[in-house]
Write a new protein. Structure first.
Ligand code: NI
Length: 248
C-alpha cells in the first residue's frame, strides 16, 4: 500500500487500524560505472513497496536526496545540506503526525545519511517535548533501520558475494536495483576488478582516491537473481521489525 497511490479516505481508513508508516530514505549519488545514481534511494524503495504489498503496511513517498557531498565530483549527484535535510524531514514528520501517525519507520539506503537522520530525530523530539506541555498530543516515535542491517540480510549478501562486496557501489545494492529495474542492467568491465579502499574526505579527494567511484567493491558480479534473494530476505526482516516497532 503506497501513500501516493492511495486516496485520503483510504489513508483515513488505514489510520483507524494502524498509526505506523514506512518512509524509504536514501540518496541520489554516483554508484560507480554500472550502478544507478538512484541506488541508495531505490534499494529501500523496492524493499518497502514489497513490504507494503505483502503485509498491507502503508509506505510513504521516498525521501530520495540526502547527504552526498563527497560524491559531488561525479556527474549527476545531488546533495542537501544537513540543515536542509533536517528541516525537510521535520516537515514530513509533522505533516504525518498532524494526521495521527505516531510511528515512522525510516528505511535508509545510505550510510552517509545516518548522522543527519539521527540529528533530525533529535530535532523532532525536541519540538515534541516543548510543544506537548499541557496538551494531549500523542508522542511521535521514529526508528532508523539501514536496509543492509535488517536481520537476515547481511548473511545473504556475504553468501552471494564473499569477495568484492566492498563498501560503496557494492554488488549487493546494484543487484537489488537491477531486480527492481531489469531494464537498467548494464554490462561494464571493472578495472581494477576490485576497487581500492581508503578514507572518505572531501569531493575532490574522493575522485582522486576512487577514480571510478567504487570503494572496495566489484559490482560486475551483480545479477538480478542475487537482487531477488536479497530483497526476499530484507522484506521478511522488515515486516518483523516494523510490526514490533508499530506495537511499541
Ligand atoms: Ni549505496
Amino acid at each position: 500500500m503506497q501513500l501516493q497511490l492511495s486516496t485520503w479516505p483510504e489513508v483515513e481508513a488505514y489510520l483507524a487500524r494502524s498509526k505506523a508508516i514506512i518512509i524509504p530514505i536514501g540518496s541520489t549519488e554516483q554508484h560507480g560505472p554500472n550502478g544507478l545514481l538512484g541506488t541508495d534511494a531505490l534499494c529501500p524503495e523496492i524493499i518497502s513497496r514489497r513490504v507494503g504489498d505483502e503485509a498491507g503496511i502503508l509506505v510513504g513517498p521516498t525521501f530520495n536526496v540526502g547527504q552526498a557531498q563527497h560524491h559531488m565530483s561525479f556527474a549527476g549527484t545531488i546533495t542537501l545540506r544537513p540543515s536542509t535535510m533536517i528541516a525537510a524531514m521535520l516537515d514530513w514528520a509533522q505533516s504525518l503526525t498532524r494526521h495521527g501517525f505516531e510511528r515512522i519507520y525510516w528505511l535508509n539506503g545510505h550510510g552517509g545519511n545516518i548522522a543527519t537522520i539521527t540529528a533530525a530525530f533529535s530535532e523532532m523530539y525536541h519540538g515534541i517535548t516543548f510543544d506537548r506541555a499541557g496538551s494531549n498530543h500523542p508522542p511521535l516515535r521514529c526508528m532508523l533501520r539501514n536496509w543492509w542491517e535488517v536481520p537476515g540480510v547481511m548473511d545473504v549478501c556475504r553468501q552471494l558475494f564473499p569477495v568484492g562486496e566492498g563498501s560503496h557501489a557494492t554488488p549487493s545494492e546494484v543487484s537489488v536495483t537491477w531486480f527492481g529495474y531489469p531494464e537498467a542492467v548494464k554490462s561494464v568491465a571493472m578495472t581494477p576488478r576490485i576497487a581500492p579502499n581508503g578514507p572518505i574526505l572531501d569531493a575532490d579527494d574522493y575522485r582522486r582516491r576512487f577514480p571510478d567511484g567504487r570503494i572496495g567493491s566489484d559490482p560486475s558480479q551483480a545479477i538480478i537473481e542475487a537482487g531477488e534473494k536479497i530483497v526476499a530476505a530484507a522484506v521478511k526482516g522488515v515486516i518483523g521489525d516494523f510490526k514490533q516497532f508499530a506495537a511499541s
